[in-house]
Design a protein around this ligand. Sequence first.
Ligand code: PGA
Length: 253
Amino acid sequence: MSRKNIIAANWKMNMAPSEAAAFLDPFLKAFPEPTPVEIVVAPSFVSLPKAAELLAGQSAVGLSAQNMSHEKSGAFTGETSAAMLVEVGCQYVILGHSERRSLYGEDDVVINRKVHATLAAGLVPILCIGESLEERDGGQLEFVLSQQLEGSLAGIDASQMPGIVIAYEPVWAIGTGRTATPEQAQETQAYVRSVIERLFGGAVAEAVRIQYGGSVKPGNAGELIAQPDIDGFLVGGASLDPASFGEIVKAGF
Ligand code: PGA
């Protein structure tokens, strides 16, 4: 299988510019050259310029935002456009994270607009999907995931799919310390790939990268990444420390 693992640090509302610098300094010393893994860090908006400055001139670590407006410009107080992210040095944007969905009311329609805006700007969306515990226990897992994928990828052509990364994050595993077992994660990741196959065909499904996220730690990263349909991680809590994130990255080599 030739999919390159992609391991991303989602710093959420942590890491002011000074803290981002304190992380990146040792981290870039630990990973000075491109590795077998695509490494990405996603600071808050205000820390993006500092991170971009530190990441300039190296190609081991890419830069992501955590959210973006689907609008190009105008009277949208508090919002940030794709062009702004490109100018500041981002290559990726996390879209549709479960915290955006549940706390800020983002639905698949708005996430879909963001996916289109991201691709139009030449950015790579890291598109998050995932079910709640209620939905899983209620037998809704497959329905919820296929709805999220169909909705957020509406109008996307198969030729655009190589430029999209999917992150499967069971909501009940985010920040809870409760990880999906490797078997649970694999079964669901394989289901996600089967939906991509139904929507875009076998070649796209085989090529698209599907991250797992939800309480990934140095201690469980190895057994998770060994699953055939896990192509990397979106890491929250354990990505705030350069040594711990570094260990997770190395699990993906
Ligand atoms: P966590 O967060 O690793 O802290 O569970 C993952 C995420 O929300 O992306």
